[in-house]
Design a binder for this molecule. Structure first.
Ligand code: FES
Ligand code: FE
Length: 437
């Protein structure tokens, strides 16, 4: 594939005949490409904002950055979830500086303009200072187009985004269903987020999160620890990787030792076991044996393009990965769990979440260290390409193959070319060889 823009030479080389797939390492290091990713990918795609359980009742809100933009996700007094630009319509200050809370209104600290939790401007101080042309109705908070699927709330900053959220999620909906089906009363984000970062390009973390190839090599210490407990991590082969369309991908693995519900049974004392077995039996009643086994007995890692990972293994980790220029990223992790979870199982889940996928857990420090090592390795520009071709010769790729990463890169390549069928005017002109405006 010849990448016409933004640089002359191909970045992603996808050669089906030679069964080779290579990525130019400038995709991880080039500042211009990083800037173009913000407009061509993050300004266009549907991006994950948060989970509905984070704004459980009227007036609850969270404030965070999405695609480099500060936003507020608020449930209005009318019960509706909206996503607003966190920027005062007067002169731009953040109208909300708390990460989460409860508010009937947001008061901008600069000059005290006040907005309702439904986004309307409801008060300005000294209102007689304005002429008759000043209408409060013209100064409500900017509201972004948002939607949710099974409790996961997404936003798009592209008013022309042609796909509905469900269309955009494509095959990923199957996996979001498998996650949300884990509770009859709904899933919830466990309070508290882990915020950390890495001195590496954001795409390295996306690749890593859906890469099983590295597990036994890089996480040796975890593997030997589990073996010392007599609890065996997924040694046997099996499972499969999938490309889910539009850049999304997944891995499904056979049951590991540590798994919520059925596969945690050996880790509990006799008094808790019946409760776990009862939970597992309820799944069989609800879904039948086959789907119940898939929900409770299979680990999965889901990549939703561009920057969301849901790792449903050991515990459910929602990981949002944000670029900070070419060579840094910000990572936000939260744990998701059934709302009605047994307290003992919840404790075990939290401990697994923290001790495996947390920033100080068994796995994540290894992952951060190695992707920072890749980023440093790219400084030696002699080796120009990274190879992601494992599994291209197979009809049914295994989890250790690099299929989901290739799906990610193919969509990255399409969007960076502007080949997604919805170009803005400046970009279309640029693609036709005219000077961009
Ligand atoms: Fe918000 Fe002036 S900037 S009130
Ligand atoms: Fe890892």
């Amino acid at each position: 594939i010849e990448l016409r823009r933004p640089v002359g030479d191909p970045i992603v080389i996808d050669d089906l005949e030679r069964l080779s797939f290579r990525v130019d390492r400038r995709a991880y290091t080039d500042d211009d490409l990083a800037a173009q990713e913000m407009t061509r990918i993050f300004d266009r795609c549907w991006l994950y904002v948060g989970h509905e359980s984070e704004v459980p009742g009227p007036g609850s809100y969270v404030a965070r950055d999405v695609g480099g933009r500060p936003v507020v996700m608020a449930r209005g007094s009318d019960g509706v979830i909206r996503v607003f630009a966190n920027s005062c319509t007067h002169r731009g200050a953040l109208i909300c500086s708390q990460p989460a809370g409860q508010a009937r209104s947001f008061r901008c600290p600069y000059h005290d303009w006040t907005f309702s939790n439904q986004g309307d401007l409801v008060g300005v101080p000294i209102p007689d200072g304005y002429g008759p042309g000043f209408r409060k109705a013209d100064f409500g908070l900017a509201q972004h187009r948002s939607d949710s699927y099974r409790g996961f709330v997404f936003v798009t900053f592209d008013p022309e985004q042609p796909r509905t959220l469900t269309e955009y999620l494509a095959g990923a909906t199957e996996y979001l269903d498998l996650i949300d089906d884990q509770s009859e009363v709904g899933m919830e984000v466990i309070q508290g987020a882990q915020l950390h970062g890495a001195r590496a390009n954001w795409k390295l973390m996306m690749e890593n999160s859906v890469d099983i190839y590295h597990f036994r090599a890089l996480h040796k210490r975890y593997v030997s620890y589990m073996e010392s407990l007599g609890s065996v991590p997924p040694r046997r082969r099996g499972g499969f990787g999938r490309a889910l369309g539009l850049g999304h991908g997944a891995n499904e693995l056979p049951p590991a030792a540590a798994r919520p519900l059925a596969y945690w049974t050996p880790m509990f004392g006799a008094e808790v076991r019946p409760r776990i077995e009862a939970t597992a039996a309820r799944f069989v009643d609800r879904f039948g044996a086959e789907r119940a086994e898939r929900i409770t007995g299979t680990n999965r890692a889901l990549l939703i393009f561009p920057n969301l990972m849901i790792i449903d293994a050991i515990a459910i980790t929602i990981r949002k990965i944000d670029p900070v220029g070419a060579g840094r990223m910000a990572i936000t992790s939260v744990a998701l769990a059934p709302r009605d979870e047994d307290p003992d199982i919840r404790e075990l889940r939290k401990s697994h979440y923290l001790t495996f996928l947390g920033p100080a857990g068994f796995a994540t420090p290894d992952d951060i260290e190695i992707i920072e090592s890749c980023q440093r390795g790219y400084l030696n520009r002699t080796v120009r390409y990274s190879d992601l071709s494992r599994g291209m010769n197979k009809e049914i790729p295994e989890t250790t193959d690099e299929l989901p990463a290739r799906e990610f890169w193919r969509q990255w390549d399409r969007l960076m070319h502007g080949d997604d069928g919805h170009l803005d005017v400046a970009h279309r002109a640029e693609m036709q060889g005219a000077e961009p405006r």
